[in-house]
Ligand binder design. Sequence first.
Ligand SMILES: Cc1cc2nc3c(=O)[nH]c(=O)nc-3n(C[C@H](O)[C@H](O)[C@H](O)COP(=O)(O)OP(=O)(O)OC[C@H]3O[C@@H](n4cnc5c(N)ncnc54)[C@H](O)[C@@H]3O)c2cc1C
Length: 367
Amino acid sequence: MDKVDAIIAGAGVVGLAIARALASRGLEVLILERESAFGTITSSRNSEVIHAGFYYAPGSLKERLCIAGRQRLYTYCKTHGIAHRRCGKLVAAFAPDEEPALAALFEKGTALGVPMRWLNARQAAAHEPAMQCHAAIHSPETGIFDSHGFMLSLLGEAEDHGAVLATSTPVEQVRQAGAQWVVSAGGTEVACDRFVNACGLGAQDCAARIEPLDPALIPRLRYAKGSYFAYQGKVPFQGLVYPLPVPGSLGTHLALDLAGQGRFGPDIEWVDTIDYDVDPARYPRFLEAARRIWPEIDPDRLVPAYAGVRPKIHDPDEPKADFLLQDETMHGLPELMNLFGIESPGLTSSLAIAEEVCTRLGVEIPA
Ligand SMILES: Cc1cc2nc3c(=O)[nH]c(=O)nc-3n(C[C@H](O)[C@H](O)[C@H](O)COP(=O)(O)OP(=O)(O)OC[C@H]3O[C@@H](n4cnc5c(N)ncnc54)[C@H](O)[C@@H]3O)c2cc1C
């Protein structure tokens, strides 16, 4: 049986970042991916926003890894020639009764040390003349980037350090055999010293195939779909514009791509099965959300675009859960990590998640 130092299940942005981090520390890494190409699931169905990190609970992994990940990501984009734009964003109070919640968000972010500026209605209108609001927070550290180029670069670097990606190779079973893990995938078995489950929406299913992981430790998976409607034509905005967050989501916002095209989304819809179709019947609520941000929008140019699904590990009526990076201290099994609930800001946090995984597996940077 072949043997490697580490196997990563899942070649989304998180699995690729972990593969790069482990391979660049000198480990022989095998990445197993169920689909026929890397990064085709949640990592290519999102807003491509580099979040500043002011939304998350103080002391949470989301807060710490988003802020650290954002800094690493900007540096990575700069040094590796990945297209990006620190376009900034506004979070706006569109009604007077939203101002207290906006102020609370501003205080939280400021306390975390995230750069932010409070804008009154006049200052916000000067910043984004197409918008009218009562007050807004300006976050200059928020940006957008080419997430596919980023994943391609992560894979290239991992491969330069000897990592191998096997596509169309779903992990079928993982069992402990002495000090090693034996992974069955694609009709063959490979042994490894360390196994990392970075399967995103498939993480619970993958964990259920790990013997002897206690099934009671696998968190329940909930799907929260987010759809987008694109605007066909130019949008008169410099940066991103968000409303206040709603339970389970940052709110249907105006996102921009690097070419300046605008889209509105993602909304939130708790669903039982995964389906990436955008229901045209959602148009009225998208138009309403878009009009709050841009009253002069041409309604005929708003069209269904794409959708992604958030891998939630909490119910709709529960508080938002943190990322769950399950290591030996939680499940008692050495050299095994399961990553659950890697929803937003997972893209922003990916490089910091990879460092965290290396630390928890005890794989240090070579001297
Ligand atoms: C609508 C939406 C908007 C978002 N916007 C942002 C944003 O603007 N900024 C941000 O920071 N984050 C955002 N996110 C979050 C971000 O997209 C995710 O956190 C991130 O992409 C997760 O990456 P991943 O590698 O964990 O998962 P994935 O990209 O889903 O990768 C997991 C991989 O595992 C593979 N797999 C599954 N099962 C198996 C198996 N048994 N064997 C082998 N492979 C398997 C899958 O095929 C997949 O390729 C958003 C998410 C959504 C849904």
